[in-house]
Design a protein. Sequence first.
Length: 390
Amino acid sequence: MPASATEVRVHRLFDGAPILAPTQRAWESGVTFNAAATFLPHGPGNDAIINSLAAANLYRDRRLCDGVVAIHYRARPRNDPGRLFTRSYIGLALFTPGFELLYRFPEPVLSPDPDPEQPDSSGVEDPRITRIGDVFHMVYCGSSIDTSNKWAMTLCGATSYDLLNWKKTGPLKINYRDRDRRSKVDGKALENLPWMRPASDCVCNKDGVVLPDRINGQRYLLHRPMLGEMSNWAMHLACTTDSVADQWHDCGPILHAMPKGDFVESWVGAGDVPLSLGDNRYLTIAHTGNLAADKSRLYVLDALVLNFDRFKPEAPESIIESRLDGFMVPATQCEIEGPYPDSVGNVLFSCGSFLRDGELYIVYGGGDTYLMAARVNLAELLSVMKPASV
């Protein structure tokens, strides 16, 4: 049975005060939240990147001695004249590993496309960044407005060699039909199972993140297609034998939310880039969203261990080795309140984390408005997670 978090200690850095808040710059004057986190300790593969990022502003700064944490955060303006909704941008800030701010770039590193026909014309949202060799792969949610003035969400990609200059690679291609239509599960073709839907049925998709390693020759993607009612929204796994930019094949849902009695809808989505534990096992921080009858929401953070040696195509959920639901819940004023007109209170949402000296550092958005950081001991977290029922 899944565990509920009562035993793991979470240390909110700076007593829960934001590490980033809105500024007077127009593009980030409303909210600054939901960020990827890339830790660059000193070493042959990182020094050139650190020097490039810091050259103009931090030359010979002693605070660089322990490396740099690059935070790519989502920002929205307080007002966006001529727009039905305020657009999202992605900014970049550099921190020490202890989250002392080193430098905040004045302009966004990724912006909405000016072409209204593009899938990210209304915003670039919730980045997750995976390093594969010398290339950083960002998966973000591109938002646009459809013909009925409703949001449309599309997973999009971008690549960079230096974390500063990004090249968009367009929408991710995800095939919701099995590669081998002759495959059978309990006498049924895989394409007829509930998760094998034509791509046209999956208009919206969010919470995409690429795993950092090839596993048994495949690359994997976590994503959350918005199929059916909200309570049916589940974390899915997709795979490819090719490069990240090529077509992905959906493997089906691996995790659903546990029902909560006080809410009418509950759903889950991926969070940070999964961290390798060895032996094809990965720790990842996810989120559970809950909707009440009065339309209020509650987002909490969960922990999962994915074990790819357990994965069975006919039972995708078999990949979940253990889980810990709600190990972080909104508790501080910044997390509970949503002061921005478009904000949602009682929200924790993580897109990035990193491991250092046995501690898991989690970067998360609070109250849909600010960016915060917390620390959890990795061994302690793993020790209280319980086996998932399959």
